[in-house]
Each structure stands twice: as structure tokens, then as C-alpha cells.
Design a protein around this ligand. Structure first.
Ligand code: GLU
Ligand code: MG
Length: 437
């Protein structure tokens, strides 16, 4: 059949969806400077495709400009179409970053870190997802049997991720029913968030080739575990030297790491609306689900919001390179750009405020009373999206990290999403999100 190859240029928007338009690959030169037309009101399209009330109405024009360095071509070699898509920035017609472009918001957060601390962020997003199946599931946590059933898909996924420029790391059957986890190597600055979008979309594409459907929904069944996104972070200076580790620091954190993590924890309740932004995210963020429920830093503790990860290297220079911490209160309803932008700003705020290292926990905080928690500076994280939005709105410091219009647009978008759900029960809320993520 005749065919003219198309390249889809996309943004990862406030809904955490990957949306855009396609143009003939032959037009790449022209489009790499002029982009494709984009509409401001698109930022109000919720994950359920209901348009929230925003300031733009039918007015205005923008450009969505593909980034050559974030362009992916994957030939699955199965006789099907070659996948081609690019991530891009949204600009105004003069080429200035648009106030609601998530990728540009992340770039400016990373610029703040660069200016403030002279370091680059290295990060990697670890993803869990489930294969959508009907009928009864069999107990198969971490099993070879569950893995074997999906070996072909896993192997195609590894190859497709490599073709997309990611260092594919591991693929495993996770604890939950039909749950899998895929990890990839770290990347510098905003590239890790590009990779997170690639990973989600490429996983969907590969699953489609096997006639399977996957979902990265934060939680699909409130009686089971959720699908987390854990964001691993470390710092390097302009020579590439690691700056995260100090063998003399608490938990081996350098001073920079300690203040950055302290900033995340101080502002966590006010940024969580950006990192765990769906109504059902808060069913996942409950104790004993190995997600995150309190504003604590844990040493190798999978219930902590921020966890100091184990190091397997033995040589001092390798230890320094490998040492990293992870933010666990995120999920795939969040655009990776917005989630990381919020975390980086909170970390920068911690550096600016010269916050000292947080206490490191190795215990179950859910057994403590609110008073005991409060005495030690801990609190339960917001338990609903509405509560999280209110915390965000009420925090002038957090709002100041973003353009002036951002908070009202973001919260209006999210409230339209909540309104769409109406009085549905919990399982139908989970199902609605499972359909879109
Ligand atoms: N499923 C857990 C979450 O929702 C994470 C389990 C793990 O430690 O990998 O974050
Ligand atoms: Mg996991």
C-alpha cells in the first residue's frame, strides 16, 4: 500500500496525556523551527476529555515544536507500521516558552538548580503497570511463570526502549495481579522526563502489537497494590563528578542532598497535587502499600516518601556514582515534566533555605498518633486530590515557583476532572482512570 511516513509531535500535558499532531516526515526541516499549531485551551482538556473552564476560551495560537533530540523511530520488524514520534516544547508565535508548557516548566526548574547549586540533576523514572485482563487472576507475584507468559512482550519492549534511546534495565513480574515493572538507566536534566514519556508510550505500543492493553493507572483495585512511579535522583557537577554522596553525612547524604531532600519533605503536602494528580492517586498513597503516606525520609524503607536507595558497588568511586534517593509519591497520572519540576523546585527551596538533613526513619509511622507524629515533624500526606489542591493553592512559596497563571489553571483543570467523576463509587473511579492511563 502506498504510504507517506508521518511524525507525531507531542506534549505531555496537565492531564499527563501525550497529545499532539502528525506531519509528513519529509517536512521535518520546516516543522523543526515552525512546529505545528496548538491551542491554549487544550491545556484544559482533562484526562477524561472534558474541557475545564480556563482563561483562554477560543482565543490564541501557539506552536508545538518537535525537539530533534527527543525524536523516536521504532521499527518493530513485525510487518506493522514504523512508530515515529517526537516530544516538543510549546511556544508562542515568537518562539518564547508558553506559560503552561510542562517541558519548559521543568527546564526552568532545572535552570534554578544549576544557578543555585552548580549541579545537574540525573534521574530515572521507575514504572509499574498492569496488563488489563478480565476474569480471575492466579497468584503469580514475582514468578517465573508470570514472566514467561510475557517474555516475548518484555523482550520486544527492551529492544523498543533501546531504539528510543533508553538504557533498558530490568523487566519483571511485580507483586500485584498482572503487574509488571520496567526500569531504565538515568539521564541528565529534562531528558529523564522525555524518557518517562517514551517508556509509557512505547510500552503501550509494544503491548498493542501483542494484542494486549496495559494501564499505568495509579491503582486499579483499592484492595490491592498500586502502580507507582518512583523517581530516582542524584547530582553531578559540570565535569560529571557525583555530588550526592558524602560518607560522613547523615545517611551518607552530601550537604546538598540533605537540603534538597529536606525541601522536598517540607513542601511535599503542597506539591503532591502535581506528582500524584488523580482522584485515585490517594487510594494508593495509604500505609502498607509500599507507596508513601507520610512526609518522611527512609533509609532503604519502601514506605517512605523519599527513600535512600541501596548501593551495590564496593569501590568508593562507584559507590559515589551509584548512590541515589527516590521520590515515591508519584504516579503516571502526572506528566513527568510537571512532577519533576515540582520536586526540583521544592529541593531548590530547601537549598535556598539551607535546611538541614531530615531525620531518617526506619520504622512504621502509621502506628504513631497524630500528636506523636506532629512532635517529630511528620504528618499524614493529603488523603484526597481536593485536599492536595487546597494545600497547593494555599502555599504562596510553591505557587511562586510557577508563572502567575499556573495555579488557577492547574486547579481548575483538576477540579473539572473531579467533577466528571461525580458520585461514582471507588471501583468505577479506578476503572475510569484505568481506561485513560
Ligand atoms: N507498588 C508500589 C507503589 O505503588 C511499589 C512497590 C515497590 O517497592 O516496587 O509504589
Ligand atoms: Mg516495584
Amino acid at each position: 500500500m502506498i504510504s507517506d511516513p508521518l511524525l507525531f509531535v507531542a506534549t505531555s500535558d496537565f492531564a499527563g496525556r501525550t497529545r499532539g499532531k502528525a506531519f509528513p516526515v519529509a517536512d521535518y526541516e520546516k516543522r523543526s523551527s515552525r512546529g505545528v499549531g496548538w491551542t491554549p485551551t487544550n491545556v484544559m482538556i482533562t484526562c477524561f476529555d472534558v474541557i475545564g473552564k480556563g482563561p483562554y476560551g477560543s482565543l490564541g495560537d501557539l506552536l508545538l515544536v518537535p525537539d530533534r533530540n527527543a525524536t523516536v523511530t521504532i521499527d518493530m520488524e513485525d510487518g506493522g507500521a514504523v512508530e515515529r514520534f517526537a516530544l516538543g516544547d510549546i511556544t508562542d508565535l515568537e518562539g518564547n516558552p508558553w506559560e503552561c508548557c510542562t517541558r519548559s516548566l521543568l527546564k526552568s526548574a532545572l535552570e534554578r538548580l544549576r544557578t543555585l547549586a552548580g549541579v545537574e540533576l540525573m534521574s530515572a523514572f521507575e514504572h509499574e503497570f498492569q496488563i488489563v485482563k478480565t476474569g480471575q487472576t492466579v497468584p503469580d507475584a514475582y514468578s517465573l511463570r508470570a514472566f514467561t507468559k510475557q517474555r516475548r512482550m518484555g523482550e520486544t519492549l527492551m529492544a523498543a526502549l533501546s531504539a528510543a534511546g533508553l538504557q533498558a534495565d530490568t523487566f519483571m513480574a511485580e507483586f500485584g495481579p498482572n503487574q509488571f515493572e520496567v526500569t531504565n538507566g538515568p539521564a541528565l536534566a529534562h531528558r529523564s522526563a522525555d524518557h518517562a514519556v517514551f517508556l509509557r508510550e512505547v510500552t503501550r505500543m509494544v503491548a498493542g502489537r501483542f494484542s494486549e492493553r496495559v494501564t499505568f493507572v495509579p491503582i486499579s483495585n483499592p484492595t490491592s497494590v498500586g502502580n507507582g512511579v518512583h523517581i530516582h535522583m542524584s547530582f553531578v557537577d559540570h565535569t560529571g563528578a557525583p555530588k550526592t554522596y558524602d560518607p560522613g553525612g547523615p545517611g551518607n547524604m552530601s550537604k546538598l542532598t540533605a537540603s534538597f531532600v529536606a525541601g522536598i519533605l517540607k513542601y511535599l503536602d503542597s506539591i503532591i497535587a502535581l506528582t500524584a494528580p488523580s482522584d485515585v492517586s490517594y487510594l494508593r498513597l495509604t500505609p502498607h502499600r509500599w507507596s508513601a503516606a507520610y512526609n518522611n525520609l527512609g533509609f532503604r524503607d519502601r514506605e517512605a516518601s523519599v527513600r535512600i536507595c541501596p548501593v551495590t558497588a564496593r569501590e568508593p568511586d562507584k559507590i559515589q556514582k551509584q548512590y541515589n534517593f527516590e521520590y515515591r509519591a508519584a504516579d503516571a497520572a502526572a506528566s513527568p515534566y510537571l512532577a519533576l519540576a515540582a520536586i526540583v523546585h521544592a529541593g531548590c527551596q530547601g537549598i535556598e533555605e539551607q535546611l538541614s538533613a531530615p531525620e531518617i526513619t526506619q520504622e512504621d509511622l502509621s502506628v504513631l498518633s497524630d500528636t506523636e507524629l506532629g512532635k517529630r515533624g511528620y504528618g499524614r500526606l493529603p488523603t484526597s486530590l481536593e485536599q492536595a489542591l487546597q494545600k497547593f493553592e494555599a502555599n504562596a512559596v510553591v505557587r511562586s515557583w510557577f508563572p502567575p497563571c499556573f495555579s488557577s489553571i492547574y486547579t481548575a483543570h483538576k477540579r473539572a476532572e473531579i467533577a466528571y467523576l461525580g458520585d461514582r463509587d471507588t471501583s468505577s473511579r479506578c476503572a475510569a482512570y484505568a481506561d485513560v492511563y
